[in-house]
Design a protein around this ligand. Structure first.
Ligand SMILES: *Cc1c(COP(=O)(O)O)cnc(C)c1O
Length: 442
């Protein structure tokens, strides 16, 4: 079996390092100390990293599009009160997809006029709650929903601004499960089939709706700006088409989210600023060629704002060796706090916390504690063969789609979220208790 000692390739993000004790540090904090203070399993978020990513996006769109650039954080990546406060301070808008996300944002007094309400199937209750909450734009997926919003807005005596979600027909060659810009996607109306133009015509006839523009979201974990450029090209051609054929002047073009992050050393780290600059040059040129005014251009990053600002700390439990077959290292968390390997086979970097310079000579699967064979956090991980009950291990890049996808399977309480700053650390979300889990039982 190959040996894998202390590796620089573990340092997949600038907030990961090792201190003099040989302990793994995150955002400058010794994880071994944090484990003593907060216990495990625990989600940690590097607040500076989140803020820096927000600023990178804000500066990049400003540079590329002047006062026509906007950034909306896709809440579904991780939605909790404190994150909305930080986003508000950094001047981002937010995407929400449910009344629950709107409610959580409102607890942070987030200015809901800077929000977009997504989802391919908003319930009547969602629509009503969204309008009452003053959501800036509804991103409308289909004609049925357009009718429902029109009716509910009428009952409330309001005119609701909307943008229409279209599918430009771009294949991102990323994961099938997170590929959403194709014609046969469950999301949006396709340009290619003529349905995009149809829904535009319907929207323009709705009396209680103000059509403001178009949206597309091509997928996730996208590393190549060519994909955005291809999407922008199809969308702008459509903008020009409806301008000529329907006399509709598009105010807003939203290009969605999806920029990739680095989960393992073999993946690149994206330079967001230069990528957006590239998209900006293309859009400016394309609008000139089409002789249309450049609309407001929006980006909706989720993962790339918060993923590598997050880390999950676990304590090792059972270590099982099945000679000539496989080794298992179990941790005190699992699929309830990290469903992404089970869902998408998502790769992760997992490293020991205290014995970072020990040779990692044992290939193993890191698994959780649920009654489910699919409860695997990662396969083919290398850990020291003397790893045992009580040791700490860290799973990197868990800021996005972890807390927000967490479940209580096997009645396991969800971990807390601890924010790390230069000066200290604090709770953003408390650890769930077992009593809490049964609170709604009658
Ligand atoms: C998921 C999603 C995003 C964010 O995607 P990331 O890959 O996390 O950047 C943005 N917009 C929409 C409509 C989405 O569904």
């Amino acid at each position: 079996m190959s040996q894998r000692p202390f590796e620089n390739t573990d340092v997949i993000c600038e907030n990961i390092s090792y201190n003099d004790l040989g302990h793994l540090t995150f955002a400058g904090h010794d994880l071994s100390e944090l484990a003593k203070e907060y216990g495990t399993p625990t989600y940690f978020i590097d607040e500076e990293r989140v803020r820096n990513r927000c600023r990178t996006y804000i500066h990049a769109v400003k540079k590329a599009f002047g006062d026509k650039g906007r950034v909306y954080y896709a809440s579904k990546a991780s939605s909790f009160k404190r994150i909305y406060e930080i986003l508000k301070e950094e001047g981002l808008g937010v995407d929400v997809v449910s009344s629950g996300e709107i409610y959580t944002a409102s607890l942070a007094k987030f200015p809901m006029e800077n929000s977009m309400f997504h989802s391919n199937n908003k319930t009547d209750l969602d629509i009503s709650y969204g309008i009452d909450s003053g959501v800036g734009y509804f991103v409308v997926d289909n004609v049925e929903e357009l009718d429902a919003i029109d009716k509910i807005a009428e009952q409330k005596g309001k005119i609701q601004p909307v943008i229409l979600r279209l599918t430009p027909g771009i294949d991102t060659h990323t994961y099938e499960a997170v590929n959403t810009g194709k014609v046969d996607s469950k999301f949006g109306s396709a340009i290619e089939t003529g349905q995009a133009k149809e829904i535009t015509e319907v929207a323009l006839k709705c009396k209680n709706i103000r059509l403001c523009g178009f949206h597309c979201h091509i997928g996730s974990q996208v590393f190549d700006s060519k994909v955005y450029i291809a999407a922008a090209e199809k969308m702008l051609d459509f903008v020009a088409l409806v301008n000529t054929s329907l006399g509709f002047k598009c105010e807003i073009l939203d290009l969605g989210g999806g920029y990739g992050v680095r989960y393992v050393a073999s993946q690149p780290e994206i330079d967001i600023a230069s990528n957006i600059a590239e998209v900006g040059r293309f859009i400016t040129e394309k609008c000139k060629n089409l002789e249309i005014d450049m609309p407001i251009i929006c980006f909706e990053p989720g993962r790339s704002i918060i993923a590598d600002a997050g880390l999950t700390l676990y304590t090792v439990g059972t270590v099982k060796r099945i000679p000539n077959y496989k080794n298992y290292v179990s941790v005190d968390g699992g699929m309830p706090d990290n469903i992404r390997f089970a869902l998408y086979n998502a790769p992760y970097t997992i490293i020991p916390v205290e014995n970072t310079d020990t040779v990692r000579d044992m290939q193993c699967s890191v698994v959780g504690r649920c009654c489910e064979s699919g409860d695997i956090i990662q396969e083919n991980v290398y850990l020291p063969s003397d790893i045992h009950r009580g040791d700490l291990i860290a799973c990197l890049t868990t800021g996005a789609y972890h807390y927000s996808m967490a479940s209580n399977y096997n009645k396991i309480p969800r971990p807390p979220i601890i924010m790390l700053t230069k000066d200290g650390s604090y709770y953003a979300v408390k650890r769930e208790t077992i009593e809490r889990l049964a609170e709604l039982d009658i």
